[in-house]
Design a protein around this ligand. Structure first.
Ligand SMILES: Nc1ncnc2c1ncn2[C@@H]1O[C@H](COP(=O)(O)OP(=O)(O)OP(=O)(O)O)[C@@H](O)[C@H]1O
Ligand SMILES: [Mg+2]
Length: 186
């Protein structure tokens, strides 16, 4: 009885605390130079493919060969956490149709642009300007930290994170600076 009542609350409290710590102490997180290709295939791709099997999601990848030799300076787990948060939101926004995620990675000048699009219910115009605010949530069990923490992580890498949404779904656009812009064919 107590177990079923308490555990979700503890999980939720733990999430608030760890998200908060992540937000409060970004300077202590170490970064390394990682090839975009490696992150995309070995980390993000493997994670998404395992989730796709588990939740019956269709994932489409679109990569531009331009970006495959580029690197960025990031913390692998932290960057992966951003996409974990996005996938979580997409799963929660899925309608009756099968969830489809389209992940595009391309070079746009001196940044790598990831576009993460779902075919979920979309975000209404009246709230879209608030979704990156800490504690903004439309979910009964939500804490409203997923996107604010994610945006903070990206901004700590001198990148940007934006959203576009309509009734066909929601796209998050993440731009991250390339750390070897002249050395792209190494
Ligand atoms: N892919 C999406 N489709 C539709 N709505 C979204 C999507 N992503 C975010 N939202 C909206 O933005 C709000 C804020 O998202 P955020 O991830 O910051 O918090 P949350 O998901 O509500 O809670 P938490 O991530 O802390 O568990 C959500 O409550 C939801 O209304
Ligand atoms: Mg969320």
């Amino acid at each position: 009885m107590f177990k079923t009542l308490l555990i979700p609350e503890i999980d939720r409290a733990n999430k608030i605390i760890s998200d908060f710590l992540r937000m409060a102490k970004p300077a202590e997180i170490t970064t390394e130079e990682i090839k975009v290709k490696e992150f995309l295939y070995d980390n993000l791709g493997k994670f998404l493919n395992s989730k796709a099997l588990l939740h019956n999601i269709v994932i489409e990848y679109e990569t531009n060969p331009d970006m495959l030799h580029c690197s960025f300076q990031v913390n692998r787990e932290e960057l992966l956490q951003v996409f974990i948060n996005l996938l979580q939101n997409s799963l929660q926004a899925a309608g009756s149709a099968e969830l489809k995620i389209q992940l595009k990675a391309e070079r746009a000048g001196n940044v790598i642009r990831f576009t993460f699009k779902d075919n979920g219910k979309g975000i209404s115009e009246s709230i879209i300007e608030h979704i990156f605010d800490p504690f903004f949530t439309t979910k009964e069990e939500g804490t409203g930290l997923g996107l604010s923490v994610s945006q903070k992580i990206i901004e700590n890498y001198k990148g940007t994170m934006d959203v576009l949404s309509d009734s066909s779904g929601t796209s998050f656009i993440i731009d991250l600076p390339i750390s070897n812009p002249e050395n792209e064919m190494e």
